[in-house]
Structure formats: C-alpha cells, structure tokens
Ligand binder design. Sequence first.
Ligand code: S3P
Length: 663
Amino acid sequence: MIRVRVPGDKSISHRAALIAPLASTGSVVRGLSDGADVRASVRAMRRLGAAVECAEEERGLTIRCAGGGLDPGPAPGLDCGNSGTTARLLAGILAGSGIAAVLDGDPSLRSRPMRRVIYPLQAMGARIEYAGAPERLPVRLRGRATGTLRTLRHRGRVASAQVKSAVLLAGVLARVRVEVSEPALSRDHTERMLAEMGVPLAFDPGRTGAGEVSFDPSGWEGGLQGLRMTVPGDPSSAAFLIGASLLGGRAARVESVAANPGRIGFLSVLEQMGAGIDRDPAPAQAGEPLETWTVHPPDGLRAFSIGGDLIPRVIDEIPLLAVLAARARGRSEIRDAAELRVKESDRLAVLARTLAKLGVVVEERSGGLAIQGRSGRLRGSVETRGDHRIAMAFGVLDAAGDADLRIDDLACADVSYPGFWEALEPFRRGSPRGSFSRTGGVIAVDGPAASGKSSTARSVAQRLGFLHVNSGLLYRAITWWALGRGIAEDGAAIEAAVPGLDVDLVPARGGFQVCVDGARPGPALESPEVTARVSAVSALPAVRGVVLERLRRADRHHEIVCDGRDIGTAVFPGADLKIFLVAEAGERARRRLRQRGAPFTEDDIERETRRIEARDRLDRSRPLSPLRRASDAIEIDTTSMPPDRVVDAILELAASAFRVTST
Ligand code: S3P
C-alpha cells in the first residue's frame, strides 16, 4: 500500500488567500497550496495593501492576516500569472470594494474568456475596460463605493464557480442583494467560506443538479469574521495519484482530502471503470468535508461514459480520465464538456491530438471526446502547452509502464502541485528512464566574466530536463526595481527596502522568470541602465542575502542547473556537481566581442581583455562571496573547446553524479 498526502486544495487556498484579508478580524489559515497559482493570489492581495504574512511550513503555506481590509495605492497592476481563479475572483473583489486596478496574466490567461465575469460586474455598475484584446485580459477595472453597486440576478449560461464567486464577492463587499443561478451546480467553496465567516447566504450545500445561491444584506451588520482553518488536501491533485495507482495496479491510501461533492464526481467515474474506493470521513474543516480514501485497483479498467450535470464536478479531472480511457477496455465517451476548450489550454484539442499521436484511436467532438482504449506500447512526445493538468495526466500514463513519453514541460505541474513528479515515483513501473530518472539535486556552474557560464548551463539543463536558474536574473531584477523607484544610486535605501521586497523566481518554460513587486520585467532586465548598475547593487550584503535565499528555494521541487559566481561556494555548497569554467582572458574578450555582433580589430580585443582582467581582479578580491573555485569543483578550461564539447563534458560528469541520461 502506497500512502500519500497531497498539497492543500487549490480552489480553497485561493479563496482563503483572497477572502481572509477582507475580514475585519484576524485570520490564520494553514496548509495552503504553495503552487504558483495560489502564490499569485497572495501576491495580488499584498499589492492591494492587505496585511498578509506568509510562511512556508512542512504542510504548505500558512497565511496570517491582520484583517482590516485593503489599502491600495493608485491603480496597482495585478499579475495573475496563469490563474483564472485569481483573475476572476479578484474582479469581483475590486468591483465590490470600490478599488481601481489593472488585472493581467500570462499569455495563456490572456487568451481565456473574461466576458462571462466582466459582463455581470458591469451590470452591477462597475466600470471595466478591456485594455488589450476585447473580452480578454488585461482589463482596467474601477469598482464602486459600498452601497452604490446595483443589485443583480445573474443567470449563468455555463456552470462556473469563478463567475458565481465574483458576483457573490461583489455583492457581499458592496452589501447589495445578488442571486446567481447556474445550469448545474459548480463547486461551492466560496459559499461555504463566506458562510463560515458570518455572511448570510442562502444555498444548499452539497446539492446536485441546477445551482442557486443568494445573498441578502438586510439585517446584516456587515463585516466578515476572521477565518481559522487548515486547508484539506486537493482532490484534483489526488486524482492523478489515484490514476497512477489504478493503471499501475498498486493499492494506495490518500489522507485528508477535501470531499466537497462539487469536486469528487471523478470517484463515481472511477467506480464505473471498476475501481474500488473506500471512503473514511474525517472531521470537517470550516464547513468543508474531509475524507481519507483507500484505492483498490481492479484487474483492468472498463470504459466509461459521462456528460450532463456531472461535468462541472469532474471538470478538472477530465485530462486524467481521458488518459485512463486510453488504457481501458472499450470505448469511453465524454460529452457536454465544451468548457474544457477555455481552460489553461484547449484541453479537448490537446488531449485528442496527443492521444492520436501516441497511437490511440480518438474522436474529437465540439463538446467532448470518444476514446478507444488499447493495450501495447504508447510512444511519442507530449506538447503540454504549459498546461499543468495535461503534463500530469500524461506523466501518469508514462509511469504506468509500456509507454515511452517525452513531456516537453514538467515544471508547469508547479502551478497546482509542486512535488508532483517525486510523488509519482513510487507508482512508477519498471526502471526509471530519460528525463524521469530524477534523483533531485543541483549542478552549480561558476566562473569568471564571459566564461560562457549561462549558455553552457542553459544547454546542460535543456539536455537533462533540469531547469536553468541564472542568479544574475535576480540581481538584475532588483536593480531594475531600484531604478524604477529612483534609489539605484542609494545603497542604504536599497538595503532598507530589499528584505520586504516581493521578488521571486517563477517557473517558466525550461527555466525561471523573475517577478518583482508584481511585475515581470522580461527584456528590460538587459537594458544598458540595469547593466551599468547591477554590479554595485549585487555587492550589497542585504541584496545578496535575499538572492541567496530565493535561489535556494528554486531547487526544492526541481533539479536545477544554476550559474553565477558564488553558486558552488555560497549558494549551494552541497551541490551534487560543481563546475568551474575558466578560459584565457584574451579568448573571453574575443567571445564577448563576437557576441556583440559588430566587426572588431586587434585593438578592440586588447581593450576588452584589459577590461575583463580588471573585472576578474574585482570579483576575486571583493569581501563578500569573492569569485573562487570551490575545493570540490571540477575545473574545465574552455579556451580551445567549442561550446558543444564543454556541454558534453558536463553531461558525462552529470551521468555519474545523477544517474541520468540526456535527451
Ligand atoms: C475553479 C473553478 C473551475 C475550475 C478551476 C478552479 C475555482 O473553473 O476549472 O480549475 O476555483 O473556482 P470555472 O469556474 O471556469 O468552471
């Protein structure tokens, strides 16, 4: 029996992060998901001036909110990252609390429909303009002061918990009557949490069929009471491990999972497929039921057929159900699921295309899929489109054996389930292979200026399926931020502000992007202004401390290749493999000049060589984290080596340090 615990439920965590700070008294919520999505919600609330303290504990994030509501500056920009829940619930909060702000997100979120939430909020009187493409993010939103929003009776055409939540939050914060009905009940976490915080809502917890909820402020004094809860495990994350248990034929026990009826429709589908699942109730948490599940895999899975009002209750598990269908006896059908076309990717299209590529017979319909299960080897590549649930679903298929899948983006699982790939390992059949032979760890690449650290580290990471982390990104981001605040020349001001600065690495395709004070500076990090100041800013002890701490967090959920000047000595002294790249100064000068792309003369080389030698002296003699080779680092002199050979040499060393093979 494999025992597992999954991270805190993402939907409940979002609501805790977004609603607890609005209470008039203090809240403590433990066990929040520490995925990128929930972090986007916490970050946005901080940008809105909410007093939220956030600590990483063994079982996820703990947030402590002083209460007392929001206190934003003028129209802050709120980056919702990949998270539709953050964007849509925030729209309701802004509308109801009379705040102006700009909501934006990553390219996937920018492509998702926003009209469904903007339209009812406009009908209530909020002023909202599309700042980019029509009906998409970014939007400029200006709420109305309490009491001036209009009452609304909203009849949703699709079942959407996010839209329902936005309207409810707007109504509650502005204290106007709202009613929402939906064709099939969507998850009701917002209703349960608001009721727990003392809001008079009329709803019927756990009912199935059409949904109906209303808020009536008459007789309500107002003011949300603080929230105390531990977020139960995420059933949508658990579903992947249950799927791995069923496909791999190994019994599993999943502890303390949220068992909200709006979320666990997939259990009935798995039962249709022949799985045995024992459900043991545990005491509820803040109105949310909890259960521990024991999964007994059957001797082979049967096909299933789903549609109608079950769909909202299995909406996030359909990618997993589709890969299980590929291995079931018979033809499975998924109907009435057009909503999947507007999730983090067009999930119907991505599932159909990928399954077909692997050799599964699949029919894509406008609102669903028909999938003919098959046995035998499945082989091919999986383009996840950065969609976490697609990556994890195909990861489960790969782990079950008789499959050879190359998944292009493993890191996107961090959106909802950091640590997923490690959790999947015990379910894996057969010997580990390729990019899945993951044993955890860090490769540190150090060296003097222009020694080719970054490009080498990037190629090594790509070949191994590790993530590339460049410490310079963080130094540049802090410099960029200091320039924007007009304090880039003022070391003392930077040192005073940087410990409280919201700066972090966010996993992005194959590596990390940096997010600082709610923004992603992107190419601005390479501007001449930043380049001119970054060396001085990075010499400040407080800055180095913050960067060191952020870098050390990056290896918690991924294998990484990290490059810089003090990675093997100061940041990761325990790295599994340390490389120190050197090259003669003249050769480094030539490489740098070639990189700039303009023609150059022998004189230019002379001058650049002298500059590089001076920089070397400075880096080696600075008091804090001077450039030096760690005693256990392997030095590679690249003066007369082409870049490919340097990468190959490191891959060979990595093969013995990690037991991994490159792609
Ligand atoms: C969510 C609601 C669902 C779901 C999403 C999370 C929520 O979306 O797919 O993953 O937390 O409210 P819709 O509201 O668009 O159905």
